[in-house]
Structures are given as structure tokens and as C-alpha cells.
Design a protein around this ligand. Structure first.
Ligand SMILES: Cc1cc2nc3c(=O)[nH]c(=O)nc-3n(C[C@H](O)[C@H](O)[C@H](O)COP(=O)(O)O)c2cc1C
Length: 309
């Protein structure tokens, strides 16, 4: 059985790929992803200038995930542009993730990658860890539309939005309308759950120093809200926009749940950081075994087939 799927019209050899996380930043790391069973090579979000990120400690491991406030450390977009030709030999889609601090910066970033050999452009509108005072852009409809207006027509490569977890329907509906209006080709749901706080009660301290102790939660803690977001957008967009689901995927069973909810592919962040590139082969094997047992002959036969009790 194969796990072939399509995102924004591009064929993906399998259903799982890495999310934009720390192990996807350097050329060596991206090459390792290229050699692995990841369906694509997804890069760590890049900004105009190289960034060191927030002060340490900024990542804290929890039993079921991570709590982080990295603050977008990356090598700067020009370095990622140089990486792209060196990753072509792996013959799988290359996805860049861009993060701007203004509409103009998003414009520069998208234009540069539209002119490159990258396959897909993920627009990160949902980083929760830059400061504690402004919301990630995708929580602000006006700002989201300002960005979309400027970046949607800069080239032919498909663009997608990396969205935060939305806890209520009306904003999902409004975001879906913007996605249709500006011909966004794919969504990546969800980023970490921002504004979280983990406290070491013995030391009476926050576990990270960055952003005054607040940070984003990932891993199994956020799987229910991630599934909810995937399902909502699947219903709202009726298969016209590809959806990549993520949040707490660790096993083939987790992936199968995202498939039932309507995801076209699944990204793996926390489990990939923990386990390394071998996670894709393991998880794909587990997924195939579940599909076989349940009598599904392909990904498309099970996609969106959630029954409501
Ligand atoms: C340490 C860390 C760094 C991350 N950095 C980025 C990033 O640069 N860009 C981005 O879009 N998402 C980033 N994310 C979010 C992940 O891509 C993913 O959306 C989220 O962690 C949920 O998936 P998971 O539960 O499989 O980790 C980061 C997550 C973690 C844990």
C-alpha cells in the first residue's frame, strides 16, 4: 500500500513530513530530512535577518510535549535560498516557512522564494513567541488581510498559511473566507498554543526565562484542539484548499485521526525533535497497518470520513 497524497496539486510520496522545528534549520539537518521517509523537506521559519532567538532557557521538555519560547532563531532567508538547489537531489517537495515582522518584510520574503526553486511557501502567521504584547497576525483579521493582499499575487508557487489554534468557530469562518478570497492553496494547522505558562512549584519560578516565562505548548497536550481546527477548516473549505494537520502526532494512530478529520498530510514537530528522522518510517508503518486492518486501500478512501456520534 502506498501513502501518496497531494498538497496544492503537488504529489507527496507519503502522508507525513516534518514540521518547522529546530531540527530543520541547518543544511545538514535538511539533508537528513531529504534522505529520510519524510514526504517533503520543511524548513525552520526564516526571517529577513539571521536571528539568535530569545535568551536561554527557552525550551522545556514536558512529559507529553514541549513548552518553548524560541523566538524564531534562524540563519536568515538568504541562507535558506542558497540551501534550496543543494536539496533538489532528494526529489521531494521543498517547503520554506517565512516569518516577517511587517507586511513589507513578508513581501520581500515571499517574492524572493517565488523566484527560487522552492516548491511551496508556508507563511508563518502564528508565532506566539516574539513578544507578549501583540497577538500573532493570524489572530487579527485586519492584519491577516493586509498581508494576504500584498503577498498573494507575487508569483505562481502555491502559498499556504501556518495558523494558530483557534478556540472558536466565528474566527475560523472569517479566516476561511479570507483564504478563499486570496486563493491560498494550503493551510498548516496548528502552531503551538501561545501564552501558556509552566511553573516549577519547588523553585517557585517559570521554567523558561524568555518572554517573561510565557511560551507555546506543543505535543500531545494540543492534539484535541489541532484536530478540531483541521476538521473545522475541512468543513469550511470543502476540499478546495489542502490542509496539513499537526499537533501531538506521535503514532500511526494519531495520524489516522488527522486523516479522519480531513487532513491531506500530517506534519510532525515534537516527535521529530525527540526521535529524529527515523520517526517517519515508524509512523508510516504504523499508519499502513491501521489502514490495512480497517480495510482502507488508500489515503483518499479514509480522508475526512469521520462519523459523528
Ligand atoms: C521548539 C519549537 C520550535 C518551533 N519553531 C517553529 C517555527 O520556527 N515556525 C513554525 O511555523 N512553527 C514552529 N513550531 C511549531 C511546530 O511547527 C508545530 O506547529 C507545533 O509544535 C505543533 O506540532 P507538534 O505537536 O507535532 O510539535 C515550533 C515548535 C517547537 C516545539
Amino acid at each position: 500500500m502506498n501513502l501518496i497524497t497531494k498538497i496544492a496539486g503537488r504529489e507527496f510520496e507519503s502522508y507525513t513530513l516534518n514540521a518547522s522545528v529546530p531540527r530543520a534549520s541547518t543544511l545538514d539537518e535538511l539533508k537528513q530530512i531529504g534522505q529520510s521517509d519524510s514526504a517533503a523537506i520543511m524548513m525552520k521559519s526564516c526571517t529577513i535577518k539571521k536571528r539568535k532567538g530569545n535568551p536561554l532557557p527557552r525550551i522545556f521538555k514536558l512529559p507529553l510535549g514541549y513548552f518553548n519560547s524560541e523566538g524564531l532563531p534562524n540563519l536568515g532567508y538568504k541562507t535558506y535560498l542558497e540551501f534550496i538547489p543543494k536539496l533538489k537531489k532528494y526529489n521531494k517537495p521543498i517547503i520554506v516557512s517565512v516569518a516577517g515582522f511587517s507586511v513589507d518584510e513578508y513581501k520581500i520574503l515571499v517574492k524572493a522564494f517565488q523566484e527560487s526553486e522552492v516548491d511551496l511557501i508556508e507563511i508563518n502567521l502564528s508565532c506566539p513567541n516574539i513578544d507578549n504584547k501583540t497577538e500573532p497576525i493570524a489572530y487579527n483579521l485586519k492584519k491577516t488581510e493586509e498581508v494576504l493582499k500584498e503577498i498573494s499575487y507575487l508569483g505562481k508557487k502555491p502559498i499556504g498559511l501556518k495558523l494558530p489554534p483557534y478556540p472558536y468557530y466565528s474566527i475560523q469562518q472569517k479566516i476561511a473566507n479570507l483564504i478563499k478570497k486570496y486563493s491560498v492553496s494550503f493551510l498548516s494547522c496548528v502552531n503551538t498554543l501561545g501564552n501558556s505558562l509552566i511553573i516549577d512549584e519547588i523553585k517557585e519560578r517559570s521554567v523558561i526565562k524568555a518572554t517573561r516565562g510565557f511560551g507555546g505548548l506543543s505535543g500531545q497536550y494540543i492534539k484535541p484542539i489541532a484536530l478540531g481546527n483541521v476538521r473545522r477548516f475541512y468543513e469550511l473549505l470543502k476540499g478546495k484548499v489542502s490542509i496539513m494537520g499537526m499537533g501531538g502526532v506521535k503514532t500511526g494512530q494519531d495520524v489516522f485521526e488527522f486523516l479522519l478529520a480531513g487532513a491531506d498530510a500530517v506534519q510532525i514537530g515534537t516527535a521529530f525533535v525527540e526521535e529524529g528522522v527515523s520517526c517517519f518510517q515508524r509512523i508510516n508503518k504504523e499508519l499502513k497497518s491501521i489502514l490495512r486492518k480497517k480495510g482502507y486501500s488508500s489515503i483518499s478512501k479514509a480522508r475526512g470520513k469521520l462519523k459523528i456520534s
